[in-house]
Design a protein around this ligand. Structure first.
Ligand SMILES: Cc1cc2nc3c(=O)[nH]c(=O)nc-3n(C[C@H](O)[C@H](O)[C@H](O)COP(=O)(O)OP(=O)(O)OC[C@H]3O[C@@H](n4cnc5c(N)ncnc54)[C@H](O)[C@@H]3O)c2cc1C
Length: 386
């Protein structure tokens, strides 16, 4: 077998895993469908937790990213039509920040340049995996590169393709819950400065998050029923900003401009692996969550970190064995389940407009604001996944 580990998908999660593995002396091949540099112009925002920053710091990637990341020092949670609200401040938890906002493109560029300096990583751009097979001894991947088909065998294939390409792999089954909701994402500017405050706002139509991004701008994630979001997509910029102001309120003054809007369907999904060896799934390919609490990407990075630890404690003979993969799944169970349940809970409790629920929520936010252990728990969960 010529390869020990092959990662399919060199997005943020696959690339981070490659760097973690190389750092511990493991050689790895990454197959990435995109052309080099194709992701650098993606301006969509990622919410990075404080714990994820630490992972990137360990890899020497954070230093080049810090200047383009916007710190979230305060999270302000409120509900439309009620006085209940809660605030979380980084300094109350001895953290420099509660999290950061950065663009997918900036992160991809920083990871790629770290990878380029890593001789143990063979990163192949424009290599699109088409089929994965596995048996009790090994796994193999067939991929297309410059019009030709190639095949590689290895001890461990890590599927980190974002869940977009390879649906039909033996031993994997996907559980999906469609919310019937869409997320609209865009960037807006406002009259007042953001002061590094992120806003989570719950309305009867669905939750929205307004994240500080850059000197004065905000990234907006606005979720709601498909018809509602569909209608928002058709509005002129001025009409859209008026609607948004009505829902969000006056905390940052008038909204001045909005960039291109994009909408996508929301679903909760999780891959179940059925007692297999030599294949593991991580990142967005393993689980997708509602973006309301900014958990998904960070759970993916923690997948990479845990898997690298499991590889470090295996020898070549046990690499990719059922035992090793069971240990990995076990290490990820509570974080993944917690992240999925947590976001699902938030969506359900705050998106239902049942009589009585809204005053309960309002009281809940007020209570939440004064009960320190609950806030502490939430900050730990958002920052470190535990
Ligand atoms: C439209 C959209 C909006 C989002 N908005 C937010 C947000 O506002 N905030 C937030 O925190 N998170 C957001 N997310 C989630 C966030 O993007 C993911 O959590 C994060 O990108 C996960 O990284 P990943 O590496 O697992 O997957 P991806 O980023 O999807 O990367 C997968 C990589 O695999 C490659 N690939 C795919 N198929 C193949 C193949 N067959 N062969 C080889 N390579 C392949 C792709 O080219 C890509 O580079 C959003 C996701 C989507 C899809």
């Amino acid at each position: 077998m010529s390869n020990a580990i092959i990662i399919v998908g060199g997005g943020p999660v696959g690339a981070t895993l490659a760097l973690l593995l190389a750092r511990q002396g493991a050689a790895v091949t990454v197959l990435e469908a995109r052309k080099q540099g194709a992701a650098y112009s993606e301006s969509r925002a990622l919410a990075l937790s404080f714990g994820s920053r630490r992972i990137l710091e360990k890899l020497g990637v954070w230093a080049s990213l810090a200047a383009s990341a916007t710190a979230i020092n305060t999270i302000h949670i409120s509900q439309k039509g009620s006085l209940g609200r809660s605030r979380l401040h980084a300094h109350d938890y001895q953290q420099e920040a509660l999290g950061y906002v950065l663009s997918y493109g900036a992160l991809s560029a920083a990871l790629d340049s770290a990878l380029a300096e890593q001789p143990l990583v063979n990163f192949i751009f424009e290599a699109s995996a088409e089929a994965i097979q596995h048996n009790a001894r090994q796994a193999s991947v067939t991929y297309r590169y410059h019009g030709e088909s190639h095949s590689l065998d290895c001890a461990l294939i890590v599927l980190a393709d974002g869940g977009r390409s390879l649906d039909d792999i033996a031993g994997l089954s996907k559980e999906t819950k469609a919310y019937g909701h869409d997320a609209l994402i865009t960037k807006v500017s406002a009259k007042l400065p953001h002061h590094n405050i992120a806003y989570e706002r719950f309305t009867e139509k669905g939750p929205m998050a307004l994240l500080p991004n850059g000197e004065r701008d905000f990234s907006l994630v606005w979720t709601g029923k498909q018809a509602y979001i569909g209608a928002l997509m058709t509005l002129s910029d001025a009409e859209f900003l008026t609607q948004f102001h009505q829902q969000f309120g006056d905390r940052v003054g008038q909204f001045l401009s909005v960039e291109k809007r994009m909408a996508f369907p929301l679903k909760l999904s999780q891959i179940k692996t059925l007692d297999i060896a030599h294949l593991v799934v991580i990142g967005n390919a393993a689980q997708t969550m509602h973006p309301v609490a900014g958990q998904g990407f960070n759970v993916g990075l923690r997948d990479a970190e845990s898997l690298a630890q499991c590889v470090a404690s295996s020898n070549l003979a046990s690499l990719g064995s059922k035992k090793m993969l069971e240990a990995y799944q076990h290490s990820r169970q509570s974080d993944t389940k917690g992240g999925l349940l947590f976001t699902d809970f938030l969506v359900n409790i705050f998106s239902n407009d049942l009589i009585g629920l809204s005053s309960l929520r309002s009281a809940g936010l007020g209570l939440f604001d004064v009960i320190k252990p609950i806030k502490q728990h939430l900050v730990r969960k958002m920052s470190f996944g535990k």
